[in-house]
Ligand binder design. Structure first.
Ligand SMILES: Cc1ncc(COP(=O)(O)O)c(C=O)c1O
Length: 365
């Protein structure tokens, strides 16, 4: 039935396949920035935390009786460390974006997204009744122009803390533009939570911005925190509204209790080992700068390559050397790239040797 579509995907070198990789390969392809996905102490602590409760499963929607004490404790903790009034745990980052956009953007509102905003937000934007506009990546002036030239009841602006493919940091001026117009700013911190800022909390922390009623922070638990799920932090009224209107929250089983407990342990670990983690991140950034002459804002290294085939060839080269790297191709990105995450658990000497080899291979190819 879909033979022609699949043929076209193959022909354009965009075919994707799931693969179970050799566990011994050194992982530079995942978003497990802090190596927590392999931390058995966190696993044990989370298990013990869940074991203390009668129920270890969410069982139902949060709005029925799926709201578990572990969800509540974690939400309260996230609000406290991030300086937000209220918060809610959501099944995943994808669902969080869907929940936010589908529920908050009403008729006569204006939804404005950075052109590189995550696919979950783009999909959600197709569900809304309002006008949807994109601004040039990280261009605060363009955003300002859009807000000045459109009429709207309310506006919602969607940006990322660290952009998932380009790896660059949010332009701080965007906070000022949204402040000026009292526009709702949704910051997706999927790739900045746990890796950026004085307290490793993301861009609010990095820019030292005190959360206000027009700010929404979304963070995922499946990246730096080595678990699965997401959280939304905002003003009490916004969270109240979401739990009454966001279909992906109301009509879905509450997030996994175990994964929430695991993420809670991970966030605690980042807070208790802040200096050590930051020092490791800085030394890896230094290494990338030394080899590629690139200053990473977060922990994502993007290397532009000639073609999708070239990206795949480099991935195969890395695999032969014992490493996993990401070959990211259109339509995920405009031009093919290889994407590397120097996780802090990686042996720095082994990594250094490989990075020089990869650089040579890129030149040769
Ligand atoms: C920027 C961004 N937002 C949202 C998501 C979705 O989050 P999750 O994987 O938790 O569904 C991702 C994941 O790839 C992402 O990179």
């Amino acid at each position: 039935m879909y033979e022609n579509e699949l043929k076209a995907i193959h022909k354009s070198n965009r075919y994707r396949a799931r693969e179970v990789f050799d566990e011994d390969l050194i992982d530079l392809a995942s978003n497990d920035y802090l190596g927590f996905s392999e931390d058995k102490v966190l696993l044990e602590k989370a298990y013990q935390r869940v074991l203390n409760h009668r129920s270890h499963a969410p069982k139902a929607s949060q709005l029925v009786n799926g709201y578990h004490p572990i969800h509540k404790t974690f939400e309260t903790y996230l609000c406290e460390i991030n300086g937000f009034c209220d918060g809610i745990i959501v099944g995943s980052g994808f669902l969080a974006n869907l929940s936010l956009i589908e529920a908050l953007v009403r008729k006569n509102d204006l939804l404005v997204l950075d052109e590189l905003y995550h696919a979950s937000g783009i999909l959600a934007s197709k569900l809304v009744d309002s006008k949807v506009v994109y601004f040039r990546h990280n261009d605060a002036k363009h955003l300002e122009e859009i807000l000045d030239t459109h009429q709207f009841h309310r506006a919602q602006v969607c940006v990322e803390g660290i952009y998932s493919m380009d790896g660059d940091i949010l332009n701080r001026d965007i906070f000022d533009v949204c402040e000026r117009d009292n526009v709702l700013l949704i910051v997706d911190e999927a790739h900045s939570s746990g890796v950026l800022g004085e307290n490793l909390l993301g861009v609010f922390d990095y820019f030292n911005i005190t959360p206000k009623s027009n700010h929404i922070k979304m963070g995922t638990l499946g990246k730096a925190y080595g678990s699965y799920g997401a959280f939304i932090l905002a003003d009490g009224e916004i969270i109240d509204y979401l739990q009454n209107r966001a279909k992906a929250i109301i009509y879905a089983t509450a997030p996994s209790v175990f994964d929430t407990a695991l993420a809670y342990e991970s966030v605690l670990k980042t807070q208790n080992n802040n200096l050590e983690i930051k020092a490791k991140i800085e030394s890896l950034k230094g290494l990338i700068d030394e080899v590629f002459d690139i200053k990473m804002d977060g922990m994502i290294l993007k290397l532009e390559v000639k073609s999708s085939q070239n990206a795949l060839d480099l991935k195969a080269f890395a695999k032969k050397e014992g490493f996993l790297i990401g070959a990211i191709r259109p339509p995920t990105v405009k031009k093919a790239i290889v994407r590397l995450i120097p996780r802090i658990c990686t042996d720095i000497d082994i990594l250094k040797k490989f990075l020089w080899e990869l650089k040579d291979e890129i030149y040769r190819s």
